[in-house]
Ligand binder design. Structure first.
Ligand code: BTN
Length: 231
């Protein structure tokens, strides 16, 4: 599958929102939107995603039969891209990429269902490339490629690599995606805290089940959490 056409915008509120609208109007599978900056970038759980110039803010339109593995696919595709550019990223389950423990990228998949059928998924990736400063709130949590390389890659190079990796992964089953993610996961075997709404759970992260769920010591499996962090 090819990721085209690619619409390039200087500024947009959110590439995900923009592409959700195009998708409702029947845009072709593979349509991709990339913006130099977003004024209302969205993160998971209604959080804001800081998107100044210098990062890769991109959304792609997919129409999978089963949307279950799409978020993991985005994380894996961006992980493979950074590996091929010489970085050593880890996947922080289920949708973040980290470099030395700090978040360098996040994935936001937005699925529209029609009854039980998946109509489409807009898969958004935000990847910090050239930013050198973060707000006080983000400083200890976030990083960029520029903070790990004296010559960070151009945004176009990262985009090209990411779309190539996505096109290779798009037909994989959830089990295959999980297999490829396993050796790249951060925090496996470590004590972690899972935040689920008001609830906080602590335990050892044992790995992923074949559906991509997180197994906590004792065998409890989670398919979605608000936040996963080292305990
Ligand atoms: C997260 O870690 O919470 C997910 C962040 C996803 C950010 C990307 S940037 C491109 C796309 N457009 C958005 O508004 N959000 C995603």
């Amino acid at each position: 599958m090819r990721f085209e056409p690619i619409e390039r915008l200087e500024e947009v509120a959110s590439t995900n929102d923009y592409l959700l609208e195009l998708a409702r109007q029947g845009a072709a599978t593979g349509t991709t939107v990339v913006a130099q900056r977003q004024t209302r970038g969205k993160g998971r759980l209604g959080r804001a995603w800081h998107s100044p110039e210098g990062g890769l803010w991109v959304s792609t339109l997919l129409r999978p039969e089963n949307p279950a593995g799409v978020t993991l696919m985005g994380a894996l595709a961006s992980c493979l891209t950074l590996e091929s550019l010489g970085f050593e990223p880890k996947i922080r389950w289920p949708n973040d990429l980290t470099l030395e423990g700090r978040k360098v990228a996040g994935v936001l998949g937005e699925t529209r269902l029609s009854g039980a059928r998946c109509e489409f998924v807009v898969l958004g990736l935000g990847l910090n490339i050239h930013q050198t400063e973060f707000t006080n709130e983000l400083k200890s949590l976030a990083t960029s490629l520029a903070q790990h390389s004296s010559q960070p890659p151009q945004r176009e190079t990262v985009l090209e690599g990411y779309l190539h990796q996505l096109s290779q992964l798009v037909n994989r089953s959830v089990e295959q995606l999980v297999e490829e993610c396993r050796p790249r996961l951060e925090l496996v075997g470590r004590r972690v805290t899972l935040e689920l709404g008001e609830e906080k759970l602590e335990g050892t992260f044992q790995g992923l089940d074949p559906d991509g769920g997180l197994i906590l010591e004792g065998g409890r499996t989670f398919y979605s959490v608000d936040r996963l962090r080292p305990a």
